[in-house]
Design a protein around this ligand. Structure first.
Ligand SMILES: [Zn+2]
Length: 127
């Protein structure tokens, strides 16, 4: 696990991922090759609903997140954004701040109700 990240209880949902030091806008935070496995559509269809929550679809590839990436919560006002199978800081992130991403942009496969408490919260996150 990245030494700059830690997993602990989150006010958004369950456990979350938090920065243990400041991260500058544009810095790479997670490289998906370290924190995901590519699975087939058939493997995806056989997963439990709980596991499907950790799958993103990118260019027809089903990406099952593992490790620290499974604990990253959704926010409607996220501070991390995925690009080229990596996640980058979308803004400066302070030490102790929770790292969040917009699941809709990462093509989440399971809809859910959001509890991010940001001003622009979409409430219902569709799949
Ligand atoms: Zn929200």
């Amino acid at each position: 696990m990245d030494p700059d990240l830690e997993i602990r209880k989150s006010n958004i949902n369950g456990t979350g991922v938090f920065a243990t030091k400041g991260i500058k806008k544009g810095e790479m935070i997670l490289d998906w090759k370290d924190v995901s496995d590519i699975i087939t559509k058939e493997q995806f269809q056989n997963l439990s609903l709980e596991e499907k929550k950790h799958v993103s679809v990118n260019n027809d590839e089903y990406i099952l997140f593992k490790g620290v990436a499974r604990h990253v919560n959704h926010s409607c006002d996220p501070n991390m954004i995925g690009k080229d199978k990596k996640d980058f800081a979308k803004k400066d992130i302070n030490k102790g701040e929770e790292i969040t991403v917009d699941y809709e942009l990462e093509n989440n496969q399971v809809p859910f109700t959001c509890n991010c408490q940001s001003k622009n919260c979409k409430k219902i996150i569709s799949a």
